[in-house]
Design a binder for this molecule. Structure first.
Ligand SMILES: [Cu+2]
Length: 130
């Protein structure tokens, strides 16, 4: 009985190829879906805009993110500003960033993180991580 064996083997090869093809399409679908529930949320955005009263202003003044989430500051003022933690645990370049530049920081632990601008101490804001 040598007849059936090659056919059985061919069938097995087809089955393996089908499984491989199915695996491929599943992987492709999963990666193109992009945001699974377990992936970290995208960064929250804080704008730094000009303000006649304080030269610059963080908006929103308080931003809330989850642990592991980043905050991205988008500088929109021609005047240089910094994003500097009151406890100096994080800071953007201390010479200041200006319009068109960005700075981001990822917050790993829950807590309240007040920050200010080194150049204009009247510019105050906070990140809440919870
Ligand atoms: Cu400033």
């Amino acid at each position: 009985m040598r007849g059936p064996r090659p056919w059985a083997r061919a069938g097995a090869v087809v089955a393996v190829l089908l499984a491989a093809a199915t695996g491929c399409s599943q992987a492709k679908t999963a990666s193109s879906a992009g945001s699974s529930p377990s992936s970290p949320a995208p960064a929250a955005t804080v704008m730094i805009v000009s303000d006649p009263a304080t030269i610059g202003r963080f908006t929103p003044v308080t931003v809330t993110v989850a642990p592991g989430q980043a905050v991205e500051w988008v500088f929109q003022d021609a005047n240089p500003h910094t994003v500097t933690a009151d406890d100096t645990s994080f800071t953007s370049p201390q010479t200041g960033l200006t319009k068109g530049q960005e700075y981001s920081h990822t917050f790993a632990k829950a807590g309240t993180y007040p920050y200010h601008c080194l150049i204009h101490p009247q510019m105050k804001a906070a990140v809440i991580v919870q």
